[in-house]
Design a protein around this ligand. Structure first.
Ligand code: UT7
Length: 337
């Protein structure tokens, strides 16, 4: 018998406020046509300006659903892994805030800052903890509140139109089995030489002081992206990492029931599908409804794919993504029969 890390519950939560592409035109020079053509996005959810909530609050709602589906009480969790690039506070991490909101007193909480690949790194980390015996039940959360940190003027339109707020969580459990189930493999990469391609560089501990009116006037507290460089890197890395993980796990592309890529731009995922010669229905998209929720996109898509009946018992799913860092990677997970 081998110890395997198996996903036993999923949940998602997005704030109720919907922001359509047309809504964005009141603040910036953009259009529904441009956004849909270039990204596939129709709308996204943003937190309510009048009653703002933090990333850990969105994570809490998603976690409650995942816990219920896994049949766990919060006390059953022996590690929280929280992936986000938009933590509630500069420090401490959102994992600690979530731990308290779940009513827990000393359960360890680990934050991961891997941006769009936060869930992929998180799944690999949870798998390593479980297989080493360091944890038996891990709550892995991907959550973001982007909306409070976006430049909603025309200057920031290339980045602002793509981001949405949202959260999703999975419960991961140690299962003793002879079957090849749970996380079958993970491949992780980073390329810090491209760090400048997608970043928010203020407040910054390398500046003295960390945030000044001048920095804000230069709009350095908003995200900036070299969209074309990231797009190109994604089209190179996503097929590459897929081939590596399939080889590593001894699977073929036909063995995968559903490919769940990070939802950064529908065109990236459509090019990926064509480059990999995959049938259209095997590559999941939900960017139309949520935009790019960064660390939340993959678990959010997983939860929806379940609900839509696209996957179920026995399904083999490949997660993959590339984003700020740049970081990229993939995991394969098989659900038990
Ligand atoms: O999840 C993190 C990883 N991120 C990604 O994977 C994102 C990868 N990159 C992308 O998705 C695309 O590069 C974007 C969607 C961000 C931008 O699309 P693009 O096709 O690369 O457009 P562009 O930045 O080259 O801009 C083309 C034109 C420019 O106008 P000119 O110079 O040709 O007159 C922009 O000013 O489109 C203009 N533009 C816009 N127009 C209307 C840029 N943003 C907008 C906008 N609305 N929101």
């Amino acid at each position: 018998m081998t110890t395997r890390a198996v996903i036993t519950g999923t949940g998602r939560y997005v704030p109720p406020r919907v922001v359509t592409n047309d809504d964005l035109t009141q603040w910036m020079d953009t259009s529904d046509e441009w956004i849909q053509q270039r990204t596939g996005i129709e709308k996204r959810h943003w937190i309510d300006e009048e009653a703002p909530v933090g990333t850990s609050d969105l994570g809490l709602e998603a976690s409650k659903i995942a816990l219920e589906r896994a049949g766990w009480a919060p006390e059953d969790i022996d590690l929280i892994i929280f992936a986000t690039l938009s933590p509630d506070l500069f420090f401490p991490g959102s994992g600690c805030l979530l731990q308290h909101k779940l009513g827990l007193e000393s359960t360890p909480a680990l934050d991961l800052r891997q941006q769009c690949t936060g869930f992929i790194y998180g799944l690999a980390t949870a798998d390593a903890y479980i297989r080493s015996g360091m944890a038996q039940r891990i709550l892995l959360v991907g959550a973001e509140v982007h909306s409070t940190g976006l430049d909603i003027s025309t200057e920031g339109r290339d980045v602002t139109v793509i981001f949405g707020d949202g959260a999703a969580a999975v419960c991961m459990e140690a299962v003793e089995t002879d079957q090849a189930v749970g996380v079958l493999g993970s491949v992780l990469h980073a390329k810090g030489s491209m760090a400048e391609s997608l970043k928010t560089d203020a407040p910054a501990s390398r500046e003295w002081p960390r945030l000044t009116a001048e920095m804000m006037a230069e709009r350095r507290h908003f995200p900036h992206m070299d969209g074309k460089a990231i797009f190109k890197e994604a089209l190179r890395r996503l097929p590459e990492v897929t081939k590596v993980i399939l080889k590593q796990t001894g699977l073929t592309k036909e063995d995968i029931d559903l490919y769940i890529p990070h939802q950064a731009n529908m065109r990236i995922n459509q090019f990926y599908q064509q480059m990999m010669k995959l049938p259209e229905e095997k590559v999941f998209h939900n960017i139309q409804r949520y935009g790019n929720t960064t660390a939340a996109t993959i678990p959010l898509a997983l939860d929806e794919a379940f609900e839509m009946g696209l996957i179920g018992k026995g399904s083999t799913v490949l997660f993959l993504g590339l984003g700020s860092g740049v970081t990229w990677g993939a995991n394969i997970h098989r659900f038990p029969e």
